[in-house]
Ligand binder design. Structure first.
Ligand SMILES: Nc1ncnc2c1ncn2[C@@H]1O[C@H](COP(=O)(O)OP(=O)(O)OP(=O)(O)O)[C@@H](O)[C@H]1O
Length: 800
C-alpha cells in the first residue's frame, strides 16, 4: 500500500517536474508568426521585402536625377536661364516636378520638395569661408523642455519642405539617437506638430502612409503607438537618405534592436544607393564633376558636327563643279609657314597650290601631333609627309650642336623598294636648295657593305628604308642603331600594308629600337578598322585622324571610268589581248598597266604578249633589282608602253599619265583593288579601269558594290586570234608555264572563299592548266599539291 502511494506520488510529482522543466518558455518572442512561418522564414521574408523596396526607391531616385540633369542641359543649351518664364512648354523646374510626380508614385511622392530643381553639381563642396553651425543637441533641448522644435525649424528651407520634411526630420533625429528615449521623441513630435500647425490627424496620415507602403497594419495594433510607427517610419525614411542612414546605422542597431523593430526585422544590408548614384553621376559629368565643362563639351560636339556638314556641302559643290580633292584646296605653299628654301624647291617643281591632304596634314604635323592620314591615291601624300619631315630636320639642326655621331632625324618606311626609291627621289627634289641636308635609301637587293660605306661617308638626316633591310642593319649592330637614337620623326608610307601581318613582326622590332619621344605620321589611301587598332603600336594615344574622304569625296577618282567583265577563265589571256588592242587603237599615247595575281603568271603573260608583238615590259619580285629599277624608270619616262606587273606596283607607284589599268583575276581584297586602280587618274587626270573575273570569282563584286563600277560585255574574239595565241603559247618554255601553274594554285588556295572548296579549285586549276597548254601539272610540285590536300589533278596520285 505504502509503496503504491509512494509510486503514485512520485509519478505525479515526476510529471509535474517534467512539465515544469520542459514547458518552460525559452524567451526571444513568439515561436510562430502569421502564416505559420518560423522566426527565420519571417525574418527572410521581411529582408526580401526591404531589399525590393530599396531597389525600387533607387530606381525612382535615379530616374528623377536623370530627368533633372536632362532638363538642366536642355535649358542651358537653349541659352535660357532656368527661371525664364518664357521657357516653353514648361520651365525646367515644372518639368522636373511633373517627372517626379510621374516617377515617384506610388508611395514616394514626398521625394519631391520645393528645393528640388535642376541639379547644380553632384560634388558640391562646403563653403569653408562661412562659419560652421554647431550641431543641435536635441537631448539638451528635450531636457530643457524646449522641444517645441522652434529653434530647430527656424531655417526657411525647412519651413518650405512641409510634411515630408517633418517625417524625414523626425526619422533622422530618431536614428541618430538625438532625442534620447522614445517617450521623449513622442513629446518632441507633438510639440513639433503644434509648432508647425499640423492637426492631430497628421499623425493618422503619418501612420497611414507607412501602412500604404505595403506593410501589415494589423500587427502595429494601437493607432497611438507612435513609438513603433516612428521607429518604422524612421527606417523607411532613411532608406531614401542613404548618407544619413549609413551614418546612423550603428544607432539603429544599438538603439532600436530587434525587440523594437518587432516583426519588421530589417537587416541593414550593404548600402548601394549612394554608390550607384555616384557611378551614374560620373557618367553624366566630366572627371572634375564640372557641369559647365560638360555643357561646353556638348556644345563643341554640336559645333563640330555643324562644321562637318558644312564641309560636306562645300565638297559636294566642288565635286559638282568638276573639282576633286587634288585641286580643291586653294592655299598656297608660300603662305603655309614652310622655310623659304623649301618653297623655292616646290615652285621649281611646279607645286604652287596645296592639295587637300597637304593642307590638312601640314597644319596637324606642324603642331607636333602624331597623325593617321587617309587620302585618295595620287593626291600628294608623299609631299604631305616630306614637307613636315624637312621642317623637323631644320628645326632640330638649328637647336642641336654638332655631334660626334650625326643622328638621323627622320625615318621613312615604305613597303617596296620601288616606292622607297620614288620617295627618295621626291625628297631630293624638295631638298634641292637646302645645303647640308641629305636623304639616303636602305633597301634590299643591294650590297649590305655598300650601304654601310654610304652611310658613313655621306651625310644623312632623312633615311628612307624598307623594313627588312633596316632590320638587318639594326640587328647586325651597325652604327645605324646609335644614329637612330636621335630620331625626331617616324613616317610610315602605305601604313596599312606595313602594319599588316606580313610586316607586323619586323615593324614591332623596329619600333622597339626607336626613341619614344618622336612624332609619328602614318599615311595611306586605305585604312581598315583593324589597322586603326594596330596603329597604336606606332602612334600616341592622342593622335589626330585626318580623313579627306570624309568630306564626301569618293574613295576612287570620279574621273576614272570603272567596269568589270565576267568571262570563262581559259579565255582571259585572249580577252586581255583584245582589250589592249582596242585601247591602243583609241589612245595614241596609251600607257597601260596589267596586274596579275602572282609574279610567275605576270612573267607568262609578258612572254605571251611579247610573242604577239605588243610593246610590253614586266615587273615582279623575281626580277633582279637593277632590272626592276630600269623598268620603273623607263615606264615613268615613256608613253605607248604596257607594263605587266605583279603587286610590286600596286601601292604608291607614281607613273604619270597611265590611261588604262586592267586587273586580271580576283584581287586579294577591296583595298588592293583601290590601290591598283589608283595608278591611273592621278593628279586629277582622267583614266580607266577594267576588272576581269571568271564566273566563280564574281562574289568579289560584293566588296566593291559601293564603288561606281559597271558591268561591261566581253570583247568579241575572232577565231584566227585564238589559233595565233595557241601558237604563241606553245613557244613559251614549259618551265615558265609550270611555275605559273604552281603560283596560280598557291594564290587561289590562299583565298579563303575559293581555297575551302578544294574540289572546285582542282577543276578550275585543270582548266587553267589546259589554257596555258600544259598537258599535266608539273611533277616537281607534287609534294606541295599533296600538302594543299588537292585531289584529282591529272598526273598526281595521292597515296593514302
Ligand atoms: N601640290 C601639288 N601640286 C601639284 N602636283 C602635286 C602636288 N602634290 C603632289 N603632286 C604630284 O601629284 C602626284 C601624286 O603624288 P603622290 O605620289 O604623292 O600621291 P600619293 O597620294 O602618295 O599616291 P599613292 O596613294 O598612290 O601613294 C605626283 O606626281 C606629285 O608630284
Amino acid at each position: 500500500m505504502v509503496s503504491c502511494i509512494i509510486s503514485c506520488w512520485s509519478s505525479s510529482r515526476c510529471r509535474q517536474l517534467f512539465s515544469l522543466v520542459w514547458s518552460r518558455s525559452m524567451g526571444g518572442g513568439p515561436r510562430t508568426f502569421p502564416g505559420g512561418l518560423n522566426k527565420w522564414q519571417w525574418k527572410r521574408l521581411h529582408e526580401k521585402k526591404a531589399r525590393e523596396k530599396e531597389k525600387r526607391l533607387l530606381d525612382q531616385e535615379k530616374q528623377l536625377y536623370q530627368a533633372r540633369l536632362r532638363s538642366q542641359i536642355r535649358s542651358s543649351l537653349s541659352g535660357q536661364p532656368e527661371s525664364d518664364p518664357t521657357h516653353k512648354p514648361m520651365s525646367p523646374r515644372d518639368h522636373i516636378k511633373a517627372l517626379a510626380d510621374r516617377f515617384m508614385k506610388p508611395g514616394a511622392e514626398d521625394l519631391w520638395n520645393d528645393d528640388d530643381g535642376p541639379v547644380h553639381s553632384m560634388t558640391r563642396k562646403p563653403d569653408l569661408t562661412k562659419p560652421i553651425d554647431p550641431p543641435i543637441d536635441l537631448r539638451k533641448l528635450v531636457r530643457d523642455g524646449s522641444t517645441d522644435g522652434s529653434s530647430v525649424f527656424s531655417g526657411t528651407s525647412e519651413k518650405k519642405r512641409g510634411f515630408s520634411s517633418y517625417t524625414g526630420f523626425i526619422g533622422m533625429r530618431y536614428v541618430d539617437g538625438d532625442v534620447g528615449s522614445l517617450s521623449n521623441l513622442r513629446r518632441f513630435c507633438t510639440n513639433l506638430r503644434q509648432q508647425r500647425g499640423y492637426s492631430v490627424s497628421t499623425r493618422g496620415r503619418f501612420k497611414t502612409r507607412f501602412q500604404k507602403r505595403g506593410h501589415d497594419s494589423s500587427s502595429s495594433g494601437d493607432d497611438d503607438d507612435i513609438d513603433k510607427d516612428g521607429g518604422y517610419g524612421t527606417v523607411r525614411e532613411n532608406a531614401r537618405w542613404p548618407r544619413l542612414r549609413s551614418e546612423g546605422e550603428k544607432s539603429v542597431r544599438g538603439f532600436m534592436g530587434n525587440a523594437v523593430l518587432g516583426k519588421y526585422d530589417v537587416k541593414i544590408t550593404k548600402r548601394r544607393i549612394l554608390k550607384d548614384l555616384e557611378e551614374f553621376a560620373e557618367q553624366e559629368y566630366d572627371d572634375k564633376g564640372n557641369m559647365a565643362e560638360r555643357i561646353k563639351q556638348i556644345r563643341q560636339e554640336v559645333n563640330e558636327r555643324k562644321l562637318a556638314v558644312a564641309e560636306k556641302e562645300k565638297s559636294q559643290e566642288e565635286i559638282e563643279r568638276g573639282e576633286d580633292d587634288f585641286t580643291a584646296s586653294r592655299k598656297r605653299f608660300e603662305d603655309s609657314g614652310l622655310s623659304p628654301m623649301t618653297v623655292k624647291a616646290l615652285t621649281a617643281a611646279g607645286f604652287v597650290l596645296m592639295t587637300r591632304v597637304q593642307e590638312a596634314a601640314l597644319s596637324i604635323c606642324f603642331e607636333g601631333k602624331d597623325a593617321l592620314v587617309k587620302a585618295r591615291s595620287g593626291t600628294g601624300k608623299t609631299a604631305a609627309f616630306l614637307l613636315p619631315a624637312i621642317e623637323t630636320v631644320l628645326k632640330t639642326m638649328s637647336c642641336n650642336k654638332v655631334q660626334h655621331v650625326p643622328p638621323i632625324y627622320v625615318l621613312i618606311l615604305c613597303p617596296t623598294r620601288e616606292l622607297a626609291s620614288q620617295v627618295t627621289a621626291e625628297a631630293n627634289v624638295l631638298l634641292k636648295y637646302h645645303d647640308g641636308l641629305a636623304v639616303q635609301m636602305l633597301v634590299g637587293g643591294t650590297r649590305f657593305k655598300d650601304d654601310l660605306k654610304r652611310l658613313e661617308s655621306d651625310s644623312c638626316q632623312i633615311l628612307v628604308a624598307t623594313p627588312g633591310r633596316l632590320l638587318d642593319h639594326i640587328e647586325t649592330r651597325s652604327g645605324l642603331s646609335v644614329r637612330l637614337m636621335g630620331l625626331k620623326m617616324l613616317v610610315l608610307d602605305e601604313a596599312d600594308h606595313l602594319l599588316d601581318l606580313g610586316f607586323r613582326k619586323d615593324m614591332e622590332k623596329i619600333v622597339d629600337c626607336l626613341p619614344r619621344q618622336r612624332q609619328s605620321l602614318l599615311f595611306s589611301a586605305t585604312i581598315p578598322r583593324e589597322v586603326r587598332r594596330v596603329s597604336q603600336l606606332v602612334l600616341k594615344r592622342e593622335h589626330a585622324f585626318i580623313n579627306t574622304l570624309d568630306a564626301g569625296y569618293p574613295e576612287t577618282s570620279s574621273k576614272v571610268k570603272q567596269s568589270y567583265v565576267i568571262a570563262p577563265h581559259d579565255l582571259h589571256f585572249q580577252i586581255v589581248h583584245q582589250l589592249l588592242k582596242e585601247h591602243i587603237s583609241q589612245m595614241p599615247d596609251y600607257k597601260v598597266i596589267v596586274f596579275c595575281a602572282t609574279g610567275m603568271v605576270t612573267s607568262l603573260m609578258y612572254l605571251l604578249f611579247r610573242e604577239l608583238k605588243l610593246n610590253v615590259r614586266e615587273i615582279h619580285s623575281r626580277k633582279p633589282q637593277l632590272y626592276r629599277s630600269c623598268v620603273v624608270y623607263e615606264f615613268k619616262q615613256s608613253k605607248r608602253l604596257i607594263l605587266i606587273s605583279s603587286d610590286v606596283s600596286t601601292r604608291g607607284m607614281n607613273y604619270h599619265d597611265v590611261t588604262l589599268v586592267i586587273q586580271v583575276g580576283i584581287p586579294l581584297n577591296r583595298d588592293q583593288y583601290i590601290h591598283r586602280l589608283g595608278r591611273t587618274g592621278r593628279e586629277g587626270k582622267n583614266g580607266e579601269g577594267i576588272l576581269l573575273l571568271a564566273p566563280w570569282e564574281e562574289y568579289f563584286l560584293d566588296e566593291i558594290r559601293d564603288l561606281p563600277i559597271e558591268r561591261s560585255s566581253a570583247p568579241h574574239l575572232d577565231q584566227d586570234m585564238k589559233f595565233k595565241m595557241e601558237d604563241s603559247m606553245a613557244k613559251i618554255d614549259t618551265s615558265v608555264k609550270e611555275a605559273a601553274y604552281h603560283a596560280w594554285l598557291g594564290y587561289y588556295n590562299s583565298l579563303s572563299e575559293i581555297g575551302r572548296d578544294k574540289t572546285s579549285l582542282v577543276k578550275w586549276a585543270n582548266e587553267f592548266c589546259e589554257s596555258i597548254g600544259l598537258q599535266k601539272p608539273p611533277a616537281l610540285f607534287r609534294k606541295t599539291v599533296v600538302k594543299m590536300g588537292l585531289k584529282g589533278i591529272p598526273g598526281i596520285r595521292i597515296r593514302k
